[in-house]
Design a protein around this ligand. Structure first.
Ligand SMILES: Nc1nc2c(c(=O)[nH]1)N(C=O)[C@@H](CNc1ccc(C(=O)N[C@@H](CCC(=O)O)C(=O)O)cc1)CN2
Ligand SMILES: Nc1ncnc2c1ncn2[C@@H]1O[C@H](COP(=O)(O)OP(=O)(O)OP(=O)(O)O)[C@@H](O)[C@H]1O
Length: 184
């Protein structure tokens, strides 16, 4: 399925979610994530600070922020900078996302695990984002484990049409699916 069709379909489906469904989905997904070896073994983790239309990371970040070193992306032109998460040092950046302030940018190579947001995934680990290429560019240069999270309906069973620059996930987790992608 092509990326623009997927973006339209997922956008429509998201308008049908109520608050209880959003909460329950986030709890299920992050309770699966917490039990993965990748999460348990990682200390430096790049999270995302969720927008209202994304699987919420807020409770999960609160729960773990004192036990792991969390980082968040900050938009810098066409690229993403990576800075440590500190709940007292956030400000609204581009696209109305809360981003870290300050100048403590961190090398992406120091990150062990990346929790990736997306519009959709497929079972091969392919991913559709918001169409600006930020995560594709970031992930190209990283050896970290990449775990995509989302709602069940964000898993596209018929597959996603891919571009050469797309970077695949190692794992995809939704409420009812925990997919580990095998590399050739
Ligand atoms: N929570 C979160 N943080 C993130 C991302 C993300 O997808 N989610 N990003 C992932 O790249 C980067 C920021 N990039 C973004 C790019 C577009 C939009 C967005 O809201 N786009 C609108 C279209 C509006 C427009 O074109 O101006 C949309 O998708 O409806 C948000 C973030 C870094 N931080
Ligand atoms: N590694 C890269 N280097 C340069 N440009 C890139 C790279 N990856 C993606 N782009 C550009 O970014 C734009 C958006 O790509 P695409 O539609 O695949 O984004 P996406 O799947 O929504 O992912 P993202 O979440 O990263 O925005 C395209 O024009 C593409 O050429």
């Amino acid at each position: 399925m092509n990326k623009d069709d997927i973006r339209r379909r997922i956008k429509a489906r998201k308008t049908m979610l109520d608050a209880a469904e959003k909460n329950s989905a986030a709890e299920k997904v992050f309770s699966i994530l917490e039990k993965t070896a990748a999460f348990m073994l990682a200390d430096r983790i790049l999270m995302y600070h969720s927008l209202p239309d994304e699987l919420s990371t807020h409770k999960f970040i609160d729960r773990w922020a004192s036990k792991k070193h969390f980082y968040l992306p900050r938009v810098n032109g066409v690229n993403l900078d990576i800075l440590p998460y500190d709940e007292t040092r956030l400000s609204l950046g581009s696209f109305q996302i809360e981003e870290p302030t300050g100048d403590d940018t961190t090398d992406i190579n120091d990150i062990e695990l990346i929790i990736v947001p997306a519009v959709a995934y497929d079972r091969q680990g392919n991913r559709v984002g918001r169409g600006k290429g930020y995560y594709d560019r970031l992930l190209t240069g990283s050896k970290a484990t990449k775990i995509g999270v989302g709602y069940d309906f964000q898993l596209i069973e018929e597959g996603i049409d891919t571009d050469p620059h797309d970077v695949r996930m190692d794992v995809v987790i939704t409420e009812s699916h925990h997919i580990v992608i095998r590399r050739k």
